[in-house]
Design a protein around this ligand. Structure first.
Ligand code: KIV
Length: 266
């Protein structure tokens, strides 16, 4: 059995809330991207159901299936050497009852080499989180804006209900979640939630007061199609780089420049 001393385990991830530095997570959905993100030295890789939007081209995350999550997570799990890999339980698995959730999360851990699941929900998911943790499955919770509830919420809106957010965060911690994503929450409220918990909060659109930050890979490197959300910082313009490279290839083939002598066998 190999033991990798550099691996970010769940306890190491949690301990970083107290020891610092801030925790970083990025999404990945395939082997190549996961290898790059892992090499960059982030603590966590999230195989998010956002793949329904950024990879599959759907307007929401709702169509994503468990089999699809496992397909992507297996590729990511094989690539990650250091980062903790967390896999989203897709809609509506958390709401089909405890046995269904344990069966699904169990499949994720058995079939993908990933180490944890993410469950969208707060107090309403406490029984599911508790059962998963009892089964030995680490759970990251997800409070605030819950994209799986988009139709009920009427859109992707900043969440400001202080009492609900504080109660949800406390409940998921009590249920045994090792961390919680806070999505699209006013910054002062996210900081208050963070201060009230012993487990790390990972923010996305929740200000700088969280214990860590997560971004969707495609947003971070400028591959998002359409409008970039306000909370995103774009660190590279890969869209321009890729379109430019493919355009040069097309032009060189048309001009008879590619393949040249260096790319030709004799
Ligand atoms: O699915 C996802 O990528 C997520 C992040 C936005 C946190 O849940």
């Amino acid at each position: 059995m190999s033991t990798d001393g550099d691996r970010i385990t769940v306890p190491r991830f949690v301990a970083q809330k107290a020891s610092g530095p801030k925790i970083t997570m990025v999404t990945a959905y395939d082997h190549t991207t996961a290898g790059l993100v892992d090499a960059a030295g982030v603590e966590g890789i999230l195989v998010g159901d956002s793949l329904g939007m950024v990879v599959q081209g759907h307007p929401t995350t709702l169509p994503v299936t468990l089999d699809q999550m496992i397909y992507h997570a297996e590729m990511v799990g094989r690539a990650a050497r250091r980062a903790l890999v967390v896999v989203d339980l897709p809609f509506p698995l958390g709401h089909l009852g405890v046995p269904e959730a344990v069966r699904a999360a169990g499949r994720v851990l058995k079939e993908t080499r990933c180490q944890a699941v993410k469950v969208e929900g707060g107090a309403d998911q406490a029984d599911v989180i508790c059962a998963l943790v009892r089964a030995g499955i680490p759970v990251m919770a997800h409070c605030g804006l819950r994209p799986q509830n988009v139709h009920q919420l009427g859109g992707y809106r900043v969440q400001r209900d202080r009492e609900t957010l504080l109660a949800d965060a406390k409940e998921v911690e009590r249920a045994g979640a090792f961390s919680v994503v806070l999505e699209c929450i006013a910054a002062d409220l996210a900081a208050e939630v963070t201060a009230s918990l012993a487990i790390p909060t990972i923010g996305i659109g929740a200000g700088a007061g969280c214990d860590g930050q997560v971004l969707v890979f495609h947003d971070l490197v400028g591959l998002t199609s359409g409008r970039t959300p306000r909370h995103v910082k774009v660190y590279a313009d890969l869209k321009e780089t890729i379109v430019g490279a493919v355009t040069r290839f097309r032009d060189e083939v048309r001009a008879g420049v590619f393949p040249g002598p260096d790319q030709t066998f004799r």
